[in-house]
Design a protein around this ligand. Sequence first.
Ligand code: CA
Ligand code: CA
Ligand code: CA
Length: 182
Amino acid sequence: MVSDFRRKKLLHMYKFLDKDGSGTIDKKDFQLAAESMTKQRGWKEGDALYKESLDMTDLVWNALQKAGDANNDGEVSADEWVTMWDTISKSAADREWLSQYCKFIFKMQDFNNDGFIDSDDYVAARSIAGTSKEDAVAAFQKLAQGKSKISLTDFQKLWDEYFLSEDPNAPGNFIAGKSSFD
Ligand SMILES: [Ca+2]
Ligand SMILES: [Ca+2]
Ligand SMILES: [Ca+2]
């Protein structure tokens, strides 16, 4: 059973992923996300990072569809999404794609490409998603827990907390830039 708090967290991320606002998540949303991301970062066709973004988008969508699209209609509905995370938290389901997804998001947020996410990286990354600088700085401080930068190992832990933890005080709740989901 997913708690009310965790359901709100999951649905917050769901809305964020529903790029065309259709109310469900499908391959097109992931393509739109990849397009806007590569545009923001200035990666063009032929660049290694451009190709990596598109490949990763394909990999993540295919894995997400396999894990979450229970009725196999090509979309992951909000109910399917929540059920999928409930299943993942309870079973030894295939988490390899999640860890690859996590690494990819980490890389996307590491703007200066030094292998860590610092406050400046995080503010820049969140501004693309519409988070104000003030909120992003505050969220970074919660995520980093006193450190000046977040390593991939730290990030992986925060990432798991966002999706899997029922604890309203878990630092990972701030991964989407805020911790209140009402
Ligand atoms: Ca959609
Ligand atoms: Ca479905
Ligand atoms: Ca960095």
